[in-house]
Design a protein around this ligand. Structure first.
Ligand SMILES: *Cc1c(COP(=O)(O)O)cnc(C)c1O
Length: 340
């Protein structure tokens, strides 16, 4: 019999919660083993693991949603599979095939089904796939062994009081190098972001905004989320750069802005000294969903968009369209929702 979980669904944050099962698979001698579910939430690895010393580690982030009819939705999991493959290739790690990845995600979600927040609470099951280089190594070279795992936990609605804008601070630090690993979801990009993020929060901003590392004139990322803006003449604009992490939420919004809201939508340079072209701005990603940006502090200037306290009409529409699709209330574009 399945035990039923009683969590305080309304007050979930974004915190680690140990759920019952995680998927784990090992690579050795040139192939993956079959992969299994385990109840053990610890991993036992060699002190020489490349993940520990040289950052040979990649991850993904995605969610499962409980629909009104009780079924479980995954949002574009094949895109996460493909992005993880690109991240792995960048760090000379073996890849997980898309079908294997999606099946493993389904297994983990199914096994922890009682942890999925009920429909209507605004919560979801956050899913964290990751891969690390393991084994007895010391030289700077790719590992011969790898561990691939997927765990999950219930997380709350990002906005408990509804969509509330927050402010951000343009950092003097870079998050990625021009031709570095910015476009890959690799551990090394995030260690370096802890200090700028903390400096921004010390000054009461939600997070740091990063400019392009080559010219420091263009917006690239908002913390660990992508930036977008809505222009006065109804264009959806999001930065184009090889050092931005290609957000699946961002590409989904580009599509929805054009096909469902009738906006012109495209990627192009977003100069930090030309923010007055935007009437609304937001940050987007799996965790952030859409965070309306109230204002941006850049050096001595504070630029406000729609309002510091209210969300603009286009962002509201985009938010409703996106979350409606994820929870199954709005018809999804072909292939976007995969049932568990
Ligand atoms: C994961 C991530 C995002 C958001 O990507 P999604 O696929 O939308 O979740 C954006 N920026 C950075 C730096 C990230 O790590």
């Amino acid at each position: 019999m399945k035990k039923s979980i009683e969590l305080d669904w309304a007050n979930l944050g974004f915190n680690y919660i140990k759920t019952d099962y995680r998927y784990i698979s090992y690579w050795g001698k040139g192939e993956w083993d079959g992969g299994t579910l385990t109840e053990d939430n610890t991993v036992h690895i060699s002190e020489g693991s490349t993940a520990l010393h040289y950052g040979q580690t990649v991850f993904e982030g995605m969610k499962a949603y409980r629909a009104k009819d009780g079924s479980i939705n995954l949002f574009r999991p094949e895109e996460n599979a493909k992005r993880m493959q690109r991240s792995c290739r960048r760090l000379l790690m073996p890849v997980i095939l898309t079908d294997v990845f999606v099946e493993a995600i389904k297994k983990v979600v199914k096994a922890n089904e009682e942890y999925i927040p009920p429909y209507g609470t605004g919560g979801s099951l956050y899913i964290r796939p990751y891969m690390i280089g393991i084994g007895d190594n010391i030289g700077v070279k790719p590992a011969e062994g790898y561990l691939f795992s997927i765990f999950c936990m219930p997380v709350g609605a990002y906005f408990k009081e509804g969509l509330v804008p927050t402010n951000f601070l343009v950092s003097e630090y870079d998050r990625a190098a021009g031709n570095g690993t910015g476009a890959a979801k690799v551990g090394g990009n995030y260690g370096g972001s802890l200090l700028p993020g903390s400096l921004a929060r010390e000054r009461n901003f939600s997070d740091a905004i990063y400019l392009d590392p080559i010219t420091h004139t263009k917006i690239e990322e908002v913390g660990a989320a992508n930036f977008f803006g809505i222009t006065k003449d109804n264009q959806f604009i999001t930065p184009l750069s090889p050092s931005i992490l290609p957000s699946i939420t961002k590409y989904s919004l580009l599509y929805l802005a054009e096909k469902r809201l009738g906006l012109e939508a495209r990627e192009e340079d977003v100069f930090v000294n030309q923010l007055d072209r935007f009437t609304e701005a937001g940050a987007c990603g799996t965790a952030a969903v859409i965070t309306p940006i109230g204002g941006i502090q850049y050096k001595d200037d504070f630029h406000t968009f729609y309002s510091e306290t209210e969300t603009g009409p286009i962002i509201k529409k985009l938010y409703n369209e996106l979350t409606g699709i994820q929870y199954g209330d709005v018809i999804a574009p072909e292939g976007w929702i995969i049932k568990v």
